[in-house]
Write a protein that binds this ligand. Structure first.
Ligand code: SF4
Ligand code: SF4
Length: 395
């Protein structure tokens, strides 16, 4: 079990930090661009793999990186319902963009995961359980909503009586470097649906990129003993108070940028099973499952069995599935969620409603990915708002 340091609700130099309640002391350090290179080199020497944001194929993805040069310097993006466009800014900022399609889910709960292989040997069948490598990974760029989503995923995968060993191994080897959001996308609503835009728990190290008049700096704080030992080995300078004030000002400005919100009665209205608005959404929904693929908390899977043509070997692989697929609800006589309306209702009513009954909280962290990556621009905040209106108002 990890131990998080109680650091976020703190004070700086004995005085309350602007925008945060008083509490425990916080240590803040300053990284310059050169220090960032040293930091990533240190991570490379400490972990088997370092993963970070990379501009690839017109999108910011999470990919293995070799150095700070791989980070997407001078990029931002435009996101809206059903659209994402990467733009060059010409600045030296490295983290001034909103979320891409990848979340931590693809690392701890990969799209394809081996389960077992089977082979014949001397007339008997031998089953070899898949071994899940103990690769250690540092991930740079986790956002506040993704840290919350990881908590939620952890509860679903390892919080009950039956735990997923693959998830547990991947999670165990994860070292998280959070980046506070400086440019949330208009599709985000983490301030009402989750924990963002500033990371306040679940990280080993957290970084705020500061576009300061004197140049770009990275303010660093730690969340675990492991994070502290790495940062202390870099011998960084402590952050002056003016930088912290600038950070608080930056965060206050960001908080004013959110334009979407999840209605407060979401958990209730998504249970209105007979509401006619489900049919309205179904007329637009392609049931493609993009929303479940990019959602950082959707975890449903299927098993893919392949038998060798020689009849001597077989493999079982766990693959992501989606409740938007007709086959997903296949019971004895056949699929029982045959209409797009039933499948969209299943997704939204579980995510925002019955997830509370199962796991004690919502399954949505307000990352907005399902809004950006829905090819027809379906926006769950707008759909929930419609479900909350009296039926005649939707007519
Ligand atoms: S809501 Fe959008 S992304 Fe999700 S299944 Fe329907 S069309 Fe695809
Ligand atoms: S339902 Fe949409 S906004 Fe909520 S966590 Fe999933 S992808 Fe993000």
């Amino acid at each position: 079990m990890r131990r998080w340091l109680e650091v976020e609700s703190g004070v700086v130099s004995g005085e309350p930090s602007i925008g945060q309640p008083g509490g425990q002391p916080i240590d803040w350090w300053v990284m310059r661009a050169g220090d960032l290179h040293r930091f990533i080199s240190l991570l490379k020497s400490e972990f088997d793999e370092v993963i970070g944001p990379v501009a690839v194929d017109g999108v910011i993805r999470l990919r293995p990186i070799e150095s700070a040069d791989d980070l997407p310097t001078g990029f931002t993006e435009q996101q809206e319902t059903g659209s994402y466009r990467l733009l060059e800014t010409g600045t030296s900022l490295r983290f001034s963009y909103g979320l891409g399609p990848d979340s931590l889910k693809s690392i701890v709960h990969p799209p394809r995961s081996p389960v077992w292989t089977m082979r014949r040997h001397d007339g008997t069948l031998i089953v070899d359980q898949a071994l899940h490598g103990t690769t250690t990974r540092a991930v740079i760029g986790a956002r506040a909503c993704d840290l919350r989503a990881l908590d939620i995923l952890e509860r679903t995968q390892t919080g009950g009586q039956h735990t997923d060993p693959a998830f547990a191994v991947h999670r165990q080897g994860l070292f998280l470097v959070a980046i506070d959001c400086s440019h949330p996308a208009p599709t985000c609503f983490c301030d009402t649906g989750g924990d963002g835009p500033v990371a306040d728990h679940g990280y080993d190290i957290a970084i705020t990129e500061l576009d300061h008049p004197n140049g770009i700096v990275y303010l660093v704080r730690v969340g675990t003993d492991h994070g502290r030992s790495l940062i202390e080995s870099l011998h960084l300078a402590p952050a002056p108070r003016t930088f912290l004030e600038h950070r608080d000002h930056q965060h206050r400005s960001i908080s004013r940028e959110f334009i979407r919100e999840l209605p407060k009665d979401a958990a209730k209205v998504v249970r209105l099973a007979d509401h006619p608005h489900w049919n309205d959404v179904a007329e637009r929904c392609l049931t493609c499952g993009n929303c479940t693929a990019v959602c950082p908390t959707c975890f449903c899977t299927d098993m893919d069995d392949i038998v060798g043509l020689d009849g001597e070997t077989a493999t079982r692989t766990r693959v992501w599935d989606t409740c938007f697929s007709m086959e997903y609800s296949h019971l004895g006589p056949g699929p029982h969620r045959t209409s797009p309306a039933a499948r969209y209702r299943q997704w939204l009513s579980h995510k925002l409603g019955t997830w509370h009954d199962q796991f004690g909280e919502s399954g949505c962290v307000g990352c907005g990915r399902c809004i950006t990556w829905c090819p027809v621009g379906i926006d769950l905040t707008a759909e929930v708002e419609s479900l909350g209106r009296p039926v005649e108002a939707n007519a």
